[in-house]
Design a protein around this ligand. Sequence first.
Ligand code: UTP
Ligand code: MG
Length: 538
Amino acid sequence: MAVHGVGLLTRLPLCVQRRSRVQRPILRLFSCPGTVAADPRREEQPSGSAETGSEDKTPKKRFSEGLYAVVEFCQKESVDSLQNGTHTPSMSTEAVIPFRSRYFNLKLKNPSNQASEQSCIQCSNQLPPSSKKVFELLRCAESIDDQLNSLLKEFQLTEENTKLRYLTCSLVEDIAAAYFPDCTVRPFGSSVNTFGKLGCDLDMFLDLDEIGKLSAVKTAGNFLMEFQVKNVPSERIATQKILSVIGECLDHFGPGCVGVQKILNARCPLVRFSHQASGFQCDLTTNNRIALKSSELLYIYGALDSRVRALVFSVRCWARAHSLTSSIPGAWITNFSLTMIVIFFLQRRSPPILPTLDSLKNLAGAEDKCIIEGNNCTFIRDLNRIKPSGNTETLELLLKEFFEYFGNFAFNKNSINIRQGKEQNKPDSSPLYIQNPFETSLNISKNVSQSQLQKFVDLARESAWILQQEGKDRPSASSNQPWGLAALLLPSIANGMALAKKKGKKPANETVKNLLESLKSNSAENSTNTNRKRTTSP
Ligand code: UTP
Ligand code: MG
């Protein structure tokens, strides 16, 4: 089957290729509905607040409106100079980077010459705060709710970091434009869904769809831009060919692009590389528009209630602290899966804190309709039309119950799915089954091994136990002991257990056993055979 909109472009006159060199980012930012950006103004909200959706009366921005926030913060003169064409069209890449950085309002330093501020990008991908700082911050917090909100504030992407992500996409876009003029490269995933932690990777989407649409009508000077649609046996092969070509380009000519790997046989083919100048680890994909929709969906869930992001960040930090997640692909749980798990848990509260995906679909209007490759990706996108939750549970309670819930979840027989917000029988024997929200026959955590799942369950149980002990006996403010969330983030929870033992508490296993016995009697049908072994053994 011929694939439309792909195939290498016939040779174009140079003037056409240069035409949009610097203007393209503006066009992209202003003209692509569905492009996303974290809303920098979110960071201005007081971190200590844990208001529910029902208390927050300010109109909420749609996912596609979020992108304007990036532009709003740019210096007006930079935008004007770009739009008036006062730049030199023949700028070298070295000149374009600082020029673009002005457009993104980024102050970039030259490491070799501090006097010349904008001649190249310094490694500006801010890293997460040191663990010393985190523990100090958590120690000084007034409550566990306060701890969760402080952690969110420290780890979330800053406005500058978000802009740097857009800037990096626009540089890659320039390279891809050598083959595909008018293509766009946009960030997705945690860079823009508001769940990104400082230091997270930069997922990029090479969008070629607009090209086919534009080529039918577009002329540039005397030249008609013509795209060849070549016969390729499948979309997958077309995707692999496109990424292979772009990967070569990045490897040979991409300024600051190092360690380029073409991972073309993956389920979703990609090119992975490090962008030295910005410090980002980048994954470039194409033809996975569904991933953009999941980014938009997560954005909506994150914006619906202020407790969502705080809880997700803490669970992500907890998982990272115990090596449940890793930046290296493997048999471990991903951050995306963890986010789904938290969303599912919040849908299960009574009353629910988050609506199911099916109910977001039922609220959708005609303008929200979206079918991608036969998958129904429709959901309401106007946040203001979603009724806020009446649930007023504290973050402290939610964190504790999260660990209890998943310490006791029947992973051996049930799957997690946010579409219906209820457990379902697992369709296969994968240890952990989390239904892909849009491609519903897929499991997003198929990679997770039984031993990794078991580690997650064990740590969840022990964390629930630690929090339960905390409730009974919290260290005084003057004490140096890690408490609350800090106790859960200790490199080994065994430390937390040691701490408890020092204070004369029951041995952990015995207490966990009692706790689980009481949980079991409360929720008999949730008890799991898979996970009981460890806690009932002496
Ligand atoms: P990532 O694995 O990079 O996750 O997938 P992430 O959300 O960006 O989290 P971190 O911070 O990098 O660890 C990028 C995006 O790809 C989509 C999701 O939108 C995800 O946010 N995705 C990923 C899927 O749609 N399905 C999957 O199975 C995996
Ligand atoms: Mg990512």
